[in-house]
Design a protein around this ligand. Structure first.
Ligand code: SAM
Length: 281
């Protein structure tokens, strides 16, 4: 039996016509057709939007992140996300929520289990490895290979956009949000993974959060800003490697830094995450 795609607001990435499911594919009126993969996701990434043959996070990064997240090491982050989102979602009507750059789906899957059934949840990532892994997690969520730059959803059809540690463009996002819709951002704070960074870089930069003042002048309102700091359980050697592989640190660290990380047998880390909830009117 064909896998049912639950989202009703998907559009064709080629001509922006609504997509309707017919058997094992999604089709638009002009006849463009997109197969539903065996794992239950759809690839809506136009070839011309692909900057490389295998865009986004690699299979290796996805496996490492899935191991790390499944161990519950960032569970407080997903709890915080759920706590921020739940009060903004009306129980009586079906909300459309899209996780832009959903990775291997951990946070959206956890969010789904904290909300009542019947909402329209879409996880989108440019990495097919990420989306394949996500599709294995939860069959009720609609999983899409696509790009945050051109979301394949109807204009003004989303109640909420979530972006966890990913790439976002607040100005572009406005076209897909309903009036009064929300954007929830989670980003690394200045002390995030400070113990690891002090070990692998000669000098640690404490970079401020991206400036959103332009968005605040152009229709967004900052509804809530919340800082979350915690210390996950001590990482073992395998988890230290996973953390290096799942982040840009493996590529950015100096040779000496990588060697220092490899020599560790355990590590205590600080997680420092800043959530910003914005509303667009
Ligand atoms: C740091 S990871 C975060 C993944 C997930 N949100 C999490 O926190 O576990 C960033 C993700 O963005 C994806 N990505 C990069 N460029 C993208 C784009 N233009 N559109 C959609 N996803 C993109 C990557 O493939 C990767 O999965």
């Amino acid at each position: 039996m064909a896998h049912q795609i639950t989202a009703q607001n998907l559009i064709c990435p080629l001509d922006q016509q609504p997509l309707i499911q017919q058997d094992n594919s999604l089709r638009c009126n002009s006849g463009h057709s997109f197969d539903i993969a065996r794992q239950g996701y759809v690839n809506l990434l136009p070839v011309q939007k692909k900057r490389s043959k295998d865009p986004g996070d690699s299979k290796e990064m996805i496996v490492a992140r899935q191991n790390f997240l499944n161990a519950g090491l960032y569970h407080p982050i997903s709890e915080q996300l759920n706590q921020l989102v739940s009060p903004l979602i009306a129980e009586e009507s079906a909300a459309s929520i899209l996780d832009a750059g959903c990775g291997e789906g951990y946070y959206l899957d956890q969010l789904a289990s904290s909300l009542s059934e019947g909402h329209n949840l879409i996880g989108l990532d440019i990495s097919k490895w990420a989306v394949q892994a996500a599709a294995r997690r939860n069959k009720q969520i609609t999983w899409i290979v696509g790009t945050n730059v051109q979301l394949p959803v109807a204009p003004n059809s989303l109640d909420m956009l979530i972006c966890m540690f990913g790439f976002y463009d607040l100005e572009k996002f406005t076209q897909w949000l309903k009036p009064g819709g929300y954007v929830v951002l989670a980003e690394a704070g200045k002390e995030h993974l400070i113990e690891l960074r002090e070990l692998i870089y000669p000098e640690v930069r404490r970079t401020p959060l991206p400036d959103i003042s332009q968005a605040l002048e152009n229709g967004y309102q900052l509804v809530e800003e919340k800082s979350l700091q915690f210390k996950p359980a001590t990482l073992n050697k395998k988890q230290i490697t996973d953390l290096m592989v799942m982040t840009p640190h493996l590529y950015r660290a100096s040779y000496a830094g990588k060697q220092a990380a490899e020599a560790l047998t355990e590590l205590d880390i600080t997680a420092d995450v800043v959530f910003r909830v914005l509303q667009y009117n």
